[in-house]
Design a protein around this ligand. Structure first.
Ligand SMILES: Cc1cc2nc3c(=O)[nH]c(=O)nc-3n(C[C@H](O)[C@H](O)[C@H](O)COP(=O)(O)OP(=O)(O)OC[C@H]3O[C@@H](n4cnc5c(N)ncnc54)[C@H](O)[C@@H]3O)c2cc1C
Length: 422
């Protein structure tokens, strides 16, 4: 069979590209090296499939700190509300959760992936799984097709590369597409882990003093070597055996990576503010009143409700205040120190887990060489890129998946148009 469009990669970007191209009337082949399509999509959002996000487009773009603005043009054709309508038409009812995150009502990632597959099949897209692509074939500045690992060649005038980044390689994203982009003359911006847990060799981390402790709704601030705030994110965090994780930490991680590089720093400090709605003076007054109101009680008991007990005892130890002290023998200075520790507890970060353990790959195919409306290569006729392989990355929360669907849709539609109107 002759194909107009070959899509490499059956993640959200490739599946949407296949749908969009086939809906325009193109004969589409979708090739994936895994035995199942949509594997990463199926584990997103804690395994419930975070299909998209319901925030207004401007907010979505803000939550894609890695070149989100590049997406305005593609969003004007197909946006998050279109994604919601697309799934509802496929019979997948969606519900909105915190931070605008959209999930299937039945919480079943499988049903989302299955609905996408049914749609792809209903459009007569040919699907080849367990088929690893070795390279994209180019000739005289044009795409000619693809070469598989088994050396078989499949010819088509349009190839959409949707093979994802380098993170969580067991889902199939092993960074294969960067070499194909380079071979077409593209620049690959530096790859780095984003949305990734942070590591620390602080003694309390090594000794696992706080391992497993979650802190809710903290403000985490990444600081430059002079102590100036670079970025603050407010959400939950958790102490682990190697460092820190949880949504606030994941969001801060790219700023840590960038700061380490920019300042050539071995360590970057982040500070934990457990009371973001109070300033240090208000907190001092509260701690003081609590202790004064029950002057015979030990501070560990009067301050109990302020933060989780384990963290309170840890901070008391950190400031060198005996947990059994009472208001009578408590120096005001120590109360101030406690207020400061609650507002600005510093943790030295020495890095992140590797890119393979990151949720998202930062960097990728340079956007300067991609047409933002069509996702078409400016270097090679008939070549398109979509999804995480591009130098676009967002916070977790449906933003990356939205970017994958939106760029996939643009790539599929324009690849098909190139055939139909040529
Ligand atoms: C645990 C986890 C949770 C996440 N949660 C969220 C979330 O809540 N919100 C959010 O926005 N994002 C989340 N993400 C990120 C999001 O899932 C990805 O950004 C998105 O899946 C990228 O889509 P993609 O189509 O570009 O690539 P992928 O989904 O990575 O798909 C790439 C496909 O290409 C195939 N492929 C690769 N190389 C070849 C080759 N040589 N030949 C043939 N096929 C090949 C792979 O087998 C794979 O099927 C999460 C990621 C992880 C790992």
């Amino acid at each position: 069979m002759n194909f107009n469009v070959i899509v490499i990669g059956g993640g959200p970007a490739g599946l949407m590209a296949s749908v969009a191209a086939a809906e325009e009337g193109a004969a589409v082949l979708l090739v994936d090296k895994g035995d199942k399509l949509g594997r990463k999509l199926a584990i997103s959002g804690g395994g419930r499939c975070n299909v998209t996000n319901r925030m207004p487009v401007d907010e979505i773009i803000k939550h894609i700190p890695g070149n989100g603005k590049f997406l305005y043009s593609a969003f004007s054709e197909f946006n998050n509300e279109d994604i919601i309508r697309f799934f509802e038409k496929l019979g997948i009812k969606l519900k909105e959760e915190d931070h605008g995150r959209m999930f299937p009502v039945n919480d079943s990632a499988k049903s989302v992936v299955q609905a996408l597959l049914n749609k792809v099949k209903s459009l007569n897209v040919a699907i080849k799984v367990n088929t690893s692509v070795e390279s994209v074939l180019y000739e005289n500045g044009e795409v000619k097709g693809i070469k598989l690992k088994n050396k078989e060649k499949i010819y088509a005038p349009n190839v959409i590369v949707a093979v994802g980044g380098k993170s969580v390689p067991y889902t199939g994203s092993t960074g294969d597409g960067y070499a194909w982009a380079k071979a077409a003359g593209h620049t690959i911006t530096e790859l780095y882990p984003t949305e990734v847990p942070l590591t620390s060799d602080e003694p309390f981390i090594k000794q696992r003093t706080l391992q497993g402790l979650s802190l809710r709704d903290v403000a985490l601030t990444v600081r430059n070597p002079k102590g100036k705030a670079i970025k603050t994110h407010r959400w939950d965090m958790i102490f682990t055996h190697f460092g820190l994780s949880g949504p606030a930490v994941l969001r801060c991680s790219q700023f840590v990576v960038k700061a380490m590089k920019k300042y050539n720093a071995q360590y970057i400090n982040i500070t934990v503010d457990t009371k973001p709605d109070q300033n240090e003076e208000q907190l001092f007054q509260e701690l003081n009143h609590l202790a004064k109101d029950e002057p015979k009680k030990a501070v560990k008991n009067v301050w109990k409700g302020i933060v989780p007990e384990r963290y309170l005892l840890f901070l008391l130890d950190y400031i060198g205040l005996s947990e059994d002290k009472t208001y009578h023998d408590l120096a005001k200075e120590k109360i101030r120190e406690m207020a400061k520790a609650l507002k600005e507890f510093p943790i030295k970060i020495n890095g992140t887990l590797p890119i393979e353990k990151a949720f998202i790959t930062g960097g990728g195919v340079s956007l300067k060489e991609i047409n933002p409306k069509e996702m078409a290569s400016k270097k090679m006729e008939g070549l398109y890129f979509c999804g995480e392989i591009l130098d676009i990355h967002g916070y977790t929360g449906g933003y990356n998946i939205t970017a994958a669907f939106v760029t996939g849709h643009a790539a599929g539609k324009s690849a098909a148009a190139r055939i139909i109107y040529s």
